[in-house]
Design a protein around this ligand. Sequence first.
Ligand code: 3H9
Length: 694
Amino acid sequence: MFLSDTVNLVIEDGVGVIRVNNPPVNALSHSVRSGILAGLEQANANPDISAIVIGCDGNTFIAGADIKEFGQMPKTPHLPDVLQAIRNSVKPVTAALHGTVLGGGFELALSCHYRVAMIGTKVGLPEVNLGLIPGASGTQLLPRYVGVEKALSMITSGKMVSTDSLTDLIDMKVDDGRLGQASSPLPEHASLVNQASILFSQSTANDVFVAPDKRDIPDSFEENIFESWRKKLAQKAKGQLAPQRAIDAIEATTKLPFNEALALERTLFLACRDSEQSSAMRYAFFAEKQAASGHAKSTSSDDIQSVAVIGAGTMGAGIAIAFANSGYSVTLVETNEDLCVLGLERIRHQYQKMYDQGRVSEAQKEHALSLISGTSDYGNLANIDLVVEAAFEKMSVKKIIFSSLDAVCKPSTIFATNTSYLDIDEIATSTTRPEQVIGMHFFSPANVMKLVEVVKTRSTSEQAVSAVMKTAKRLGKVPVCVGVGFGFVGNRMYAAYGREANMLLLEGASPEQIDSAMESWGMAMGPLAVNDMSGIDIAYKARREYPPIYDDPAYFLAADTMVEHGRLGRKTGVGFYRYENGKKTNDPTTMALIAIEAERLGIEARRISDEEIQNRLVLALVNEGANLLEKGIARNSEDIDTIWLNGYGFPRFRGGPMYYAKATGINNTIESINYLYRETNKAWWQPSEKLETI
Ligand code: 3H9
């Protein structure tokens, strides 16, 4: 019997099965909410039904509220009312779980009287990732099943947890006997878990069952737990509202009657939903999806199975680990056997570190290591599907490598370079297959950082782009396709951001003021601390090897001064800061050295506000982002924002630089950039023509 476009009710052996079919993730759109409510009403009224099951078709149980509906006028029934109806049902309701049970979907499962789950099912309340808190009883019910501490951890991190470890939550586990063969649940899992739920419901239909809100909260938590979580998250989730509000809601459920605490949860949820932070984070969610889309569909014949990584330095080793972690067999290539052995040692050492930190199990470590082998003979690369070159950053070196690869690899091999700056069109001229040459720009550490810039040259085929995008996704990365240009998108914008930090140093702001202003604004790390970490000399050398983007005596003068005084950053124990025993301290010599250069250029030191620092650095990003759109190196603002959110620690609750510029008013942004151009007369502040339409 159809209850709505997406929900039907079937009676099987006295059990009313409410089945949701709303691809791709069975989100709780209006038709799903109204269908489930109608199903409950009909099942409760039908004397032939003694128990109710709620299950889903497709790859997953409900993955949450329909995020696309958030910006629209809310329609009844609201989710809290549907879940209240489940909790109040006079007949026991069992949730049949598989796939990823998230957000409102998990709240629905918590509101049922029983839960049957396919082994490997994951649950989570990821609302904080969207600037929200669970808004339909999640903060109230989860502590009743898993305790306050675990609920605080799950809700404030938004992370998914396997139901296999949540014994108090799941009443029955279903094993389909094919574990390990499929990485994600297949549609038939849904039928199997539904079937098990029917059997389970029949067997429990006559039991006395307790409504979830009547369960006691385990009282095994410290009295000051909420205060200590507030403090911890003020650091860890700096500047974010939702994790703090989630703690308020969980605390309420330990202190107030259920209905009062539930009402508070709703009020806090609505306040979060209507906040700027949540709009920005919802935008970021869809921007990332959009960045990954719009490329030709790759076919299974383009599937990459085998990979070679050229160069076993830090970057090459990280890339090899990223591939091995996702099950690819990797050939690590070095110029001689000794360097190969050294590279493999470096990788083994990395895995040992991950194991010591509890990030991989012994079995995972050994499996990944067994997938990586080394060679110094290009002849062994004939049948490799994808080569990622991470060798020395020099055009002549790259050209030799690519022409050698061209001579030995099968025609379908894709050649990717991890270069950060070099012209990939030029690299491609050293091969007879420029359409197969592409950039795959990983960020360090390559096995950790999510971002991969996939660089399409003038000649790269759409097929090569989609195969590489698909592979990067399989690595768990966030790939964004960009065009060729010095520094591509991320580093090109980072140069504008760093340039402005350097200008502020000349004008009298200290490294610690600049860094703390940006960190309190939400950046993961300040620009000068980052520069010290990566080595100030790297960009210095690049500025000397290639014509600088701007011919201006003040351009990166502060950084150049550091390098010329042997202050290269952490590796020399001193850069913008001083480092002793791994501890960073401020060093007055830094400003003294910079002041000499400023005086030479006639730049007067003045007091600079934190707000000016934040504005100038972010405006520098926005103007450069618009320049890249104008040149066609970046496809759209969503791509740029995805790059900054995943590669540069830009605060997700601000959406990304381009979103931020629009959200705070594009006219104000343009006016501020015009003002800086007039005041400074610096070429880099010339407003991009694209600003109005970013
Ligand atoms: C919530 O529940 C609030 C409640 O507490 C209170 C309410 C009162 N809505 O990621 P994929 C789309 S907040 C709409 O590529 P995967 C997605 O856009 C919500 N659409 O697949 C994409 O569409 P397209 C809490 C959604 O297998 C397609 O599904 N829930 C939603 O890699 C496939 O997505 C979340 O935050 C949605 N909720 O990963 C869950 N979710 O094909 C967010 C997905 O047109 N979602 N879509 O591009 C996820 O984490 C992943 O999508 C998931 C699947 C793990 C489910």
